[in-house]
Design a protein around this ligand. Structure first.
Ligand code: ZN
Ligand code: ZN
Length: 338
């Protein structure tokens, strides 16, 4: 089969390799569509230092059709269409027992074992979620939409809240769609690139371009001087972190998904007490959230295809990576078809 392999940072390409064997608890999935994520680029460039193994077939956002099942697999049969969850939890260690995703025996499709940028992928049956009413393209985007949902659910949005989302990348845009479902008072999308901000039009109540206006002043104006009750940090710059703290109003929940690498950000701890702030990090998507996304998409509440700008053959995937890295094209989310 054809697959996209990353041998080591900077060394990658399409290879011809064997169809993977499956264990008795796995199914073989014929990949229908897979999506390119920024963390794939981090794996290409060597920016992702932890939870990554080389060489590996990349791709962690994908869906496909079950073509073979392991001997102990219950509940799936050939022909089932499934969205695949990339985080593999052992469900036996103390962390798993507590319901956390910080499994002591963690593995991940596309980073630590073979992923979805391939014609076929071996997937633990527990990581497969059957779908019937959405398209294969929509199903391939369950994982990144799950990231958006996870951020929003961590924020416990209330109906009158002002929700500020910093960073209109794929996760920030998905978080915006999920936040909309909570009927907040208003959603303000903050970004630096006009071509990205335009994707928030219609779902956000206001767009703020940091390069063109004083973001803090504008947000204070939009909130009657109160600031935000929820800030969803989906950008990766120090200035974005500083802005998040500056615009936080009383009782604000700041949910951190994007971080500026290892660069420290000065924080005034007084604000935590005087404004009763909460800062919470979010990583990953639980199986329950994954299933919730499928239900929301299948029932028409969310459409992850809204931000798909390109679809290409797996053979052209390197072009997709180049387009995303160049940042200057009108590109948000790219689907590849093996
Ligand atoms: Zn991803
Ligand atoms: Zn575990």
């Amino acid at each position: 089969m054809k697959a996209f392999e990353i041998r080591k940072p900077g060394d990658y390409g399409i290879i011809e390799t064997d169809v993977p064997d499956i264990s008795e608890e796995e199914v073989l999935v014929k990949v229908g569509y897979a999506a390119i994520c920024h963390s794939d680029i981090d794996m290409l460039t060597g920016n992702r230092k932890h939870l990554v193994r080389y060489p590996n077939i990349a791709g962690h956002e994908f869906a496909g059709t079950v073509v073979k099942t392991g001997s102990r697999v219950l509940g799936f049969r050939e022909g089932d269409t499934v969205a695949c969850e990339c985080m593999i939890l052992c469900r036996q260690c103390p962390e798993c027992d507590m319901g956390y995703v910080s499994c002591e025996n963690y593995s991940e499709l596309g980073f630590m074992q073979g992923g979805g940028f391939a014609e076929y992928c071996a997937v633990p049956a527990r990581n497969c979620h059957r779908f019937t009413k959405m398209t294969m393209e929509q199903a391939a985007l369950t994982e990144p939409m799950g990231n958006g949902l996870a951020i929003v659910e961590a924020a416990q949005i209330r109906p009158t809240d002002t929700v500020v989302i910093i960073g209109p990348g794929p996760i920030g845009l998905n978080a915006m769609l999920c936040a909309r479902l909570k009927n907040p008072g208003q959603i303000i999308m903050v970004g630096t690139r006009r071509e990205r901000l335009k994707y928030a039009q219609g779902a956000a109540d206001a767009l703020v371009n940091i390069r063109e206006e004083d973001a803090k002043a504008r947000i204070m104006e939009l909130t009657g001087g109160k600031g935000a009750q929820v800030v969803l940090m989906c950008a990766t710059t120090v200035s974005a972190c500083e802005l998040a703290l500056e615009i936080a109003g009383q009782n604000c929940r700041i949910i951190v998904e994007g971080v500026p690498g290892e660069t420290p950000v000065p924080v005034n701890f007084n604000d935590f007490v005087t404004k009763v702030l909460t800062i919470r990090g979010v990583a990953g998507v639980t199986s329950e959230q994954f299933r919730r996304v499928i239900s929301l998409v299948e029932n028409g509440y969310l459409d992850p295809l809204r931000f798909v700008t390109h679809t290409m053959a797996l053979a052209d995937i390197e072009k997709g990576f180049e387009m995303l890295q160049a940042r200057d094209q009108d590109v948000v989310k790219i689907l590849v078809k093996p």
